[in-house]
Design a protein around this ligand. Structure first.
Ligand code: ADP
Ligand code: MG
Length: 262
């Protein structure tokens, strides 16, 4: 049984039969409110005296329940943009809004709350903690989120949720394994479960299949598609793989520091 069909059994929603590349042709999404938006975002890096301009004025938006992909050549600024959207870094100019509220200029503590409770993030190299088990890795965000005594009070329910998420990811038999005992696809599925433990409003994914072979990559895509189609999770996914981008609702391309529709 594939991970996707295991996920299917958790939902009462039916998947749409067809995908389109534009929200104009996608009534469900065209009427959805904008969840996150960047306006004229500019970003450069400085290395010594050299300035490396990366983003020149990015206008980007994702609507609730949309699954959008961002494509572009290596070095075009895809990760930079995703990090800015996820408040891991700040733009030099421009603004970023989440649910209509400006977020790029928030104090560090507020940005941390956003990252911990509102955004889930997954990366090409999983970023699991090597000394923790699968189950402990998934619980890590909520252990950080709650004061210790509060965590203890909630531990049973949180553990149950973590186990359910890992079951959805097809990893019930891997709860006590360490990351080094897992395949790449399995590690990414642990990372997805960890990203979902706080019930985020938005999943940001940076090349989630970039380190996986075709089959393992497709399994991850199936999971993300199911989370979007059946659990209404909004997803922004960076990829350099056009075949994978085609599986999303809409694709935007980054080139020369600007966003263009494909
Ligand atoms: P992509 O994800 O599309 O491959 P990135 O956003 O990682 O592109 O990088 C865009 C450009 O910015 C590249 O030229 C890269 O070398 C440069 N860059 C990225 N991060 C840094 C950094 N922390 N310091 C300096 N330059 C960086
Ligand atoms: Mg990148």
């Amino acid at each position: 049984m594939s991970s996707a069909s295991r996920l299917d059994s958790f939902s009462e929603f039916d998947a749409p039969e067809t995908r389109t590349q534009s929200n104009d042709q996608h009534p469900r999404l065209a009427s959805s409110p904008v969840l996150m938006q960047s306006q004229a975002v500019v970003k450069s890096y400085r290395k010594g005296k050299i300035e490396i301009p990366v983003l020149h004025g990015i206008d980007f938006e994702v609507r609730e329940q949309e699954m959008v992909s961002i494509v572009g050549a290596s070095g075009s600024g895809k990760s930079t943009l995703l990090h800015l959207l996820g408040t891991l870094d700040s733009p030099d100019e421009g603004e970023i809004y989440f649910e209509g509220n400006r977020i790029d200029n928030l104090p560090a503590a507020s940005r941390e709350i956003l990252r911990n409770q509102y955004f889930g993030m997954i990366f090409q190299f999983y970023h699991l903690l090597p000394e923790l088990t699968t189950l402990e890795n998934v619980l890590m965000p909520v252990m950080i989120q709650y004061p210790f005594m509060k965590y203890l009070g909630k531990r049973r329910a949180l553990k149950k949720r973590a186990k359910e998420l890992l079951e959805m990811m097809g990893l019930s038999h891997r709860l006590r394994h360490k990351p080094k005992e897992l395949s790449g696809g399995e590690m990414q599925r642990v990372a997805i479960a960890r990203a979902l433990i706080s019930e985020p409003r938005l999943l940001l994914a940076d090349e989630p299949t970039g380190n996986l072979d075709r089959d393992a990559g497709m399994e991850i895509l199936d999971i993300l598609r199911t989370l979007n189609d059946q659990h209404n999770l909004t997803i922004v996914m960076v990829t350099h793989d056009l075949a994978i981008a085609e599986m999303t609702d809409r694709t935007v391309r980054l080139a020369e520091g600007l966003v263009t529709s494909v």
